[in-house]
Design a binder for this molecule. Structure first.
Ligand code: ZN
Length: 156
């Protein structure tokens, strides 16, 4: 591990030529970019998001979670960025890499799949169905009946 400490810069875009030892943070594009801490110079991009990396800024230093596992790079380095420090993590085994890719894929699928209806919306439409509306009358119609019902109760 050539770089054991990282400084950070808040930028709009990461520059074409990354300076090693610097984390480039773009809030606008929700990405963190840096030159691989092993010193190989490869660009590492970690997107920020509910199913991706989470960034913590304590006013002085940056932490990123989960760890950065560069298994697509030749160096296959794996480290944790914690309070601006780079902590070496044990190399990932093939099985761990496969599990991580599966986890990431399924987390993404359930987070971004618009067909997956959260349970509480289903509960609301169940409540609507029990108000005597026909089950054939679509969720949207049922939802507007619920709203109407809530509005009536509110006026009382
Ligand atoms: Zn590397």
């Amino acid at each position: 591990m050539r770089h054991t400490r990282l400084e950070h810069r808040f930028v709009k875009h990461a520059p074409d030529l990354l300076e090693p030892g610097i984390l480039y943070i773009s809030m606008e594009y929700c990405t963190v970019t840096h030159s691989c801490c092993c010193g190989c110079g490869e660009e590492v991009v970690t997107p920020l998001g509910p199913t991706d990396w989470k960034l913590t800024f304590d006013g002085e230093t940056i932490s990123l979670w989960p760890s950065v596992g560069n298994w697509t790079l030749k160096c296959r380095s794996h480290y944790i960025i914690d309070h601006g420090r780079v902590l070496k993590a044990p190399p990932l085994t093939k099985r761990q890499i496969a599990a991580e890719q599966r986890r990431n894929g399924s987390a993404k699928a359930s987070h971004y799949n618009p067909d997956k209806v959260p349970d509480r919306i289903e509960a609301v439409s169940d409540a609507a169905a029990s108000l005597g509306t026909s089950s054939q009358s679509g969720a949207l119609n049922r939802w507007s009946k619920v709203k109407e019902w809530i509005r009536k109760r509110w006026r009382r």
